[in-house]
Design a protein around this ligand. Structure first.
Ligand SMILES: *[C@@H]1O[C@H](CO)[C@@H](O)[C@H](O)[C@H]1NC(C)=O
Ligand SMILES: *[C@@H]1O[C@H](CO)[C@@H](O)[C@H](O)[C@H]1NC(C)=O
Ligand SMILES: *[C@@H]1O[C@H](CO)[C@@H](O)[C@H](O)[C@H]1NC(C)=O
Ligand SMILES: *[C@@H]1O[C@H](CO)[C@@H](O)[C@H](O)[C@H]1NC(C)=O
Ligand SMILES: *[C@@H]1O[C@H](CO)[C@@H](O)[C@H](O)[C@H]1NC(C)=O
Ligand SMILES: *[C@@H]1O[C@H](CO)[C@@H](O)[C@H](O)[C@H]1NC(C)=O
Ligand SMILES: *[C@@H]1O[C@H](CO)[C@@H](O)[C@H](O)[C@H]1NC(C)=O
Ligand SMILES: *[C@@H]1O[C@H](CO)[C@@H](O)[C@H](O)[C@H]1NC(C)=O
Length: 780
């Protein structure tokens, strides 16, 4: 027990000591070289070693320093280099970027952080569509590996043979025998440890359990895989809570696992960028159709082509493979969204309309309802935190040393700004029977914790605290019921307070996140070797666990992408994203506007993107905004790439115009993105968008309706689009004219095209930024 507390507090210090490489030491760098022009992997590697030999005394040394050669799906390598060597390689003409391989984090906070509930299985019957499709689609999960024995990864009845196109394999390793682990469901499994060990040291299994194989000790990857493509498993629950049927979004799709994230000695999970890029190289070659990755670099964000995830997903997009990322858990402050590349999908997390009411009765008279995932009733003495903690601040380091055996402690998040994890650890350390944690209602999410822990809001907490302070005897009698599961009793979805918000700090003219999906209290598969809190102090074993995070939202979208892909195999990743975004909804289950957790305000596009995912509508969006090679070329021009560099990255078809628009005309706004953002509107501009008729009728009439952002006139021309053949494309123009003076405030509107049946909705986000100019002119 002591060890894990120590670990938590020693973490930042230890890590900083650990990560300080002397300036002379070498570090793992990634050297990225764009498309692979040499179509033979052996020759490609030879070429890489040749390049690397320039900066080493011998070819032998060069070979020794190389971790990976990326040779199937794009070209580049990872190697241990010093800064001089890295700089030399960066100057070679073929090289596009050289950057340090960072370690990324998963987008659930650690085990002791958010833990919540389930897939919304009870609310939605499995549709015939889901049963009929998906066999032919392969979803690659980049995560902590897999627990293959989970019933989620059993073959569905009558599952057909593995698709012929599949070139991947199941790699054997520690406690992972492909003969028993892999089947027609789990068709591929690989692991990548070289970058991790180089950057974070060798796995030490006495310190911290891991398997040198695709098997995952940490449950995150098992959880996300079962959310995306898990087979149907009836009557499951977490100690009776959230009982129902577990299933992935595409329960018949195939699963390929790429283990890139590992448990390390600090009881945390890290993923090395060198390993991630290798997983992209292999997965694209293996033939996955969708990649789901619930991790990311934390802001400040590096340029797009200095990040493995952005490079890998760019090449995926060119091969028609959709890549879905989580937005990050850094909300609710603005601009901290991660995974913001325009060629991938970035997913925010929201709650579902399910809660876990937990009734409490104090001194047989005061009744309070909170939320918890407790599985037991508790009868104890309720005591305020001042008795156990210095200044009442519920933090393990501030414990006064008094035992709280047989007591429940009332803690406030606002006293000393403690997190629920601090408070849970503190109560655990004091040997309490439970914790009642009062925090603002905008942040409340019950979690699986090591100690029974009930969330209440500040109002109820205040009531209890004032009652306790009036007592002449210390403490009151408290009876806490086990948590219960309530469905449809509260509005959903609500954007989770932790979900990272836009605008994108790298390219504010591209709205991120793109959309939201369930990421609060998700019940999915879990390795029974790992405890539900992943704490060694916990002695429970479960096959299903409750987690929260944008990590959980991401595989919901991946599953839906697999379904769309199966129904529309010829749609590009951009068309699929468009279908998801333009059909997403912004009203909750009570037909009111969706709220943004972390505040009392309505969710805007920076919270929720285009809206909340609507899988069935996304199958038939009516129109799509596709993005073509030219769109990406314009984008690369915008971020400062020369024609020469662009030719090295982009697959060019005959006749593709690779020129950059004249300076001053380059703007992200003209990408054919399904949302429209103008982050710096100084004067009237006109934006072009092109839509394609993907409806089931060749003749279609679409009328536009517009909600203007505050202070901006919006003129759409034409206002009627007449389609006369299948797959016809028509362009329209949006003129934005500011009629206010502003120094830069975001305002929100929308553009909706409708044929009376489809509603193709794009958020319109404009920041008028003309006041500074105005001042300058008037003072002259
Ligand atoms: C980097 O490594 C090269 C080759 O081993 C060596 O010649 C050079 O001195 C090193 N530079 C620094 C700054 O350590
Ligand atoms: C990105 O890559 C370029 C080209 O190699 C390099 O010059 C630059 O320093 C890198 N930037 C960052 C932030 O890593
Ligand atoms: C965990 O799962 C494995 C594989 O299914 C099984 O053999 C083992 O008995 C299970 N252990 C527990 C504690 O349930
Ligand atoms: C693993 O950690 C233990 C305890 O810290 C240590 O005694 C042992 O030497 C380590 N083993 C390896 C292989 O590093
Ligand atoms: C579901 O499982 C629980 C125990 O986990 C059992 O008591 C209950 O009878 C099961 N219900 C059905 C419908 O099988
Ligand atoms: C907590 O309880 C355990 C078992 O009841 C006991 O061994 C331990 O000393 C207690 N710790 C404190 C700090 O009271
Ligand atoms: C907390 O409880 C102790 C003991 O019951 C009591 O003396 C004290 O006044 C309480 N403090 C507050 C702020 O309620
Ligand atoms: C787990 O720990 C709790 C107390 O922390 C104890 O009551 C229970 O018996 C333990 N269960 C097992 C299976 O060891």
């Amino acid at each position: 027990m002591a060890a894990s507390f120590l670990c938590f507090w020693g973490l930042s210090l230890l890590l900083s000591l650990y990560f300080i490489p002397s300036t002379f030491a070498s570090h793992v760098y990634i050297v990225y070289m764009g498309l692979n022009r040499i179509h033979d992997p052996l020759l490609t590697t030879k070429h890489h070693i040749g390049l690397l030999s320039y900066v080493f005394a011998s070819e032998e040394e060069a070979k020794k320093s190389m971790l990976y050669s990326y040779k199937h799906s794009f070209s580049g390598f990872a190697a241990k280099l010093n800064t001089t060597q890295a700089a030399t390689l960066a100057n070679i003409q073929e090289v596009i970027s050289v950057f340090k391989s960072k370690t990324l984090k998963l987008h659930t906070t650690r085990s002791w952080d958010f833990m919540g509930l389930t897939l919304d299985t009870d609310d939605h019957e499995v549709t015939p569509l889901q049963l009929a499709h998906g066999d032919d689609i392969i979803v690659g999960i980049f995560d902590t590996g897999i627990w293959p024995e989970s019933p989620s990864f059993r073959e569905e009845p009558c599952m057909g043979r593995v698709p012929k196109s599949w070139k991947g394999i199941c790699v054997a390793g520690e406690e992972f025998d492909p003969a028993t682990a892999c089947n027609r469901k789990l068709i591929g499994a690989r692991y990548y440890l070289t970058g991790f060990q180089e950057q974070l040291g060798h796995l030490n299994e006495t310190e911290n359990k891991e398997f040198k194989s695709p098997r995952g000790f940490r449950g995150h990857g098992t959880h996300t895989a079962s959310t995306a493509v898990g087979s149907i498993v009836k009557n499951i629950s977490f100690f009776g809570l959230a009982q129902g049927t577990a299933r992935g979004g595409a329960p018949r799709a195939r699963l390929a696992v790429y283990k890139v994230c590992w448990n390390n000695i600090y009881i945390d999970v890290f993923c090395s960028e060198a390993d991630i890029l290798k997983a992209f190289d292999d997965a694209l070659h293996d033939g996955v159709h969708v990649i789901s990755a619930s991790f990311g670099a934390s802001p400040p964000l590096r340029p797009f082509f200095n990040k493995s995830a952005d490079i890998g997903s760019f090449h995926a997009m060119q091969k028609g493979v959709s890549v879905v990322f989580s937005a990050g858990n850094s909300g609710p402050d603005p601009s901290l969204v991660t995974n913001v590349a325009p060629w991938s999908i970035c997913v925010a997390a929201s709650s579902i309309d399910r809660t876990f009411p937990t009734h409490m009765l104090v001194d047989h008279k005061i009744s309070v309802v909170g939320e918890s995932l407790n599985d037991k009733e508790i009868n104890a003495i309720l005591v305020n935190s001042t008795v156990f903690f210095w200044r009442g601040i519920c933090h393990p380091d501030l414990w006064r040393g008094t035992s709280a055996l047989g007591m429940v402690i009332l803690c406030f998040s606002i006293m000393g700004q403690v997190t629920r994890i601090d408070a849970e650890k503190a109560a655990w350390k004091a040997n309490a029977s439970g914790l009642i944690f009062a925090e603002p209602s905008t942040r409340q999410i019950p979690d699986v914790s090591i100690i029974p822990s009930v969330r209440i809001d500040i109002n109820q907490g205040t009531k209890l605290r004032n009652y306790l302070s009036r007592l002449t005897r210390p403490g009151a009698i408290v009876q806490i019921s086990a948590g219960t599961t309530a469905i449809k009793k509260s509005p959903g979805p609500t954007v989770a307070y932790f979900s990272s918000r836009g605008p994108s700090s790298l390219s504010p003219d591209i709205l991120k996140p793109d959309l939201s999906a369930p990421g609060v209290n998700i019940l999915a598969a879990w390795p029974n070797i790992s405890t539900p809190t992943e704490s060694t102090d916990d002695n429970r074993s479960v096959d299903w666990n409750l987690l929260s995070g944008t990590s959980m939202a991401c595989p919901h979208v991946s599953g839906v992408v697999a379904l769309i892909k199966s129904v529309h195999p010829d749609w590009s990743p951009a068309a699929i994203k468009s279908a998801l975004m333009t059909t997403a909804y912004t009203r909750d289950s009570t037909h009111d506007s969706i709220l943004a957790g972390g505040s009392m305000k309505l969710a805007d596009p920076f919270d929720i993107g285009a809206g909340h995912i609507n899988p069935l509508k996304a199958m038939d969006p009516g129109l799509v905004y596709d993005m073509k090679t030219r769109d990406y070329i314009i984008f690369l021009c915008n971020i400062g790439y020369t024609q020469d560099l662009i030719r090295k990255i982009v697959i060019l078809y005959p006749g593709t115009d690779t020129s950059c628009p004249p300076l001053g005309h380059t703007t992200h706004t003209n990408l054919n993105y399904p949302s429209i953002t103008v982050s710096d509107l100084q004067s009237t501009i006109t934006i072009k968008r092109t839509v394609r008729n993907v409806g089931y009728k060749k003749t279609a009439f679409y009328f536009v309706s517009v909600v203007n952002p505050d202070g901006v006139d919006v003129v759409i021309w034409p206002r009627l689009l007449i389609f006369t053949f299948f797959r016809q494309e028509i362009s329209y123009y949006i003129t934005l004219k500011p009629h206010k003076k502003s120094q830069g405030r975001y305002d929100f509107g929308k553009i909706v095209w409708s044929d009376g049946f489809h509603y193709v909705r794009s958020p319109l986000i404009v920041r008028v930024n003309n006041a500074a100019n105005y001042e300058a002119h008037t003072t002259i």
